[in-house]
Design a protein around this ligand. Structure first.
Ligand SMILES: *Cc1c(COP(=O)(O)O)cnc(C)c1O
Length: 422
């Protein structure tokens, strides 16, 4: 396609995410978004199957969020959160605590998911130190997991398949095991905890779906097992709901489906409805109480410059309004049914290994993708924005996507995958 002038002139100065700059296809210039549509500089319109890395749960440009952000911009875009506070941040904290239910009621704001996980890890480590217990400096995390790109979080991602194996010797060492899906994994985990439980600070997991690690699903029973093991060994259980939060798995939060609660929970991606960067680490009173002290050294020493950004908090409050006033969870349920039916034909293809759906997440796992750039190009030519990674092609559309658009999206994916082995 003909690149607009700003793209041609700016491209030599940009460094793109997860991209070999020499060989990667140049990114598509987008000039406008609305609903589930991305409008390209050359006038083409794509149906978005990714909701911009799972953030735009209400579709793009929802007027209610735009209005809230505009009003906040006029009143006060941002003030430092050290020593100052404001209504959008405190109202959001109260509302998140209300949604998460009893026991998860202390909100610490950051501006990205990775940093929210870093804060969760710092909280868990210091939880023990503040109680005078030394030597609990490791986390138990799981194969297939993804928790971020910063140095602390890289160390709790899947060590083999993850994107960070290059840095192995430079990262803190943690215990990475298989999720206890079956009895054998459960026994291995129990044995590991019996032997090494006393050097652990906590257990970290993405509940129900390991997202960026391969869109791998597990049952609520796995989470109940982790809760029981954490309790038996006195460990903190941390749920990373950065991907799963806000309706993506069919319930507002994934942990609800297991009927148990974590001690710390992280949120980001859809928190502001895909408009502004914001993340939250939410602690239980058990965790918070370990920091409540007359000793200044027991304070949590963390405070991002843009912590509690008022624009982002206003956007998040507006996003929560929409969960109250519009039928998001019913829409997620309808998408779930449509995905299950619409992706089913892919199962027949010789190169498809698995088709799986949970909530508004539809996954087609292939034996392999030999030419990912070619596959992406064919998807764009079919009029959809879908971003395959590893062996998977997945759909995580806006929860507001129209029935017809979702049908077109799935037809395009099934068509492109069916025409040739990718
Ligand atoms: C995306 C993601 C992160 C990292 O969030 P960033 O905002 O990209 O730093 C962490 N955990 C999970 C489960 C994620 O999906």
């Amino acid at each position: 396609m003909q690149m607009p002038d700003w793209a041609a002139r700016g491209q030599p100065h940009i460094w793109l995410p997860y991209a070999q700059m020499k060989t990667a296809t140049p990114p598509l210039p987008v000039v406008r978004s609305h609903g589930s549509r991305l409008e390209l500089a050359d006038g083409r319109s794509l149906i978005d199957g990714v909701a911009s890395w799972w953030t735009a749960c209400h579709g793009y440009n929802h007027p209610h969020i735009a209005q809230a952000v505009r009003a906040q911009l006029e009143a006060m875009p941002h003030v430092m959160f050290g020593g100052l506070t404001h209504e959008p941040a405190l109202t959001l904290a109260r509302r998140l605590a209300g949604l998460l239910g009893p026991g998860l009621d202390r909100v610490f704001y950051t501006d990205s998911g990775s940093v929210a996980v870093e804060v969760a890890m710092k909280m868990a480590l210091q939880f023990w130190l503040n109680q005078g217990e030394r030597g609990r400096d490791r986390f138990l995390a799981f194969r297939g997991g993804y928790h971020g790109d910063t140095f602390g979080t890289m160390a709790v991602c899947d060590p083999e398949d993850g994107m960070h194996s290059l840095f192995r010797g430079m990262l803190a060492e943690h215990d990475i095991l298989d999720l206890p899906r079956g009895d054998a994994e459960l026994a291995a985990l129990e044995a590991h905890l019996d032997k090494h439980g006393e050097r652990l600070a906590g257990i970290l997991v993405e509940p129900l779906v390991q997202g960026a690690g391969g869109m791998l699903l597990h049952s609520p029973e796995v989470l109940r097992r982790l809760r029981r093991l954490a309790d038996r060994h006195g460990l903190l259980l941390i749920f990373d709901e950065i991907f799963t939060g806000f309706g993506r798995t069919g319930t507002m939060f994934a942990f609800e489906q297991a009927g148990i609660r974590p001690d710390i929970l992280t949120l980001s991606k859809a928190l502001t409805g895909g408009t502004l960067p914001l993340a939250a680490t939410v602690a239980s009173s058990r965790v918070f109480d370990a920091f409540w002290s007359d000793d200044p050294s027991h304070a949590l020493m963390h405070g991002p410059t843009f912590m509690g950004n008022a624009l982002a908090c206003a956007a998040a409050n507006a996003s929560l309004d929409l969960f109250e006033t519009e039928p998001r969870l019913a829409q997620a349920a309808a998408i779930s049914e449509a995905l299950a039916a619409g992706l089913e034909p892919c199962r027949e293809l010789g190169w498809v290994r698995d088709v799986r759906v949970l909530g508004a997440i539809g996954v087609v796992e292939l034996d392999g993708i030999a030419d990912r750039e070619g596959l992406k190009r064919r998807l764009v030519e079919a009029g959809v924005w879908v971003r395959p990674f590893g062996n998977v092609v997945y759909l995580t559309p806006a929860l507001t996507i129209g029935e017809d658009e979702l049908a077109s999206l799935m037809r395009a994916v099934a068509g492109v995958l069916g025409r040739q082995r990718p």
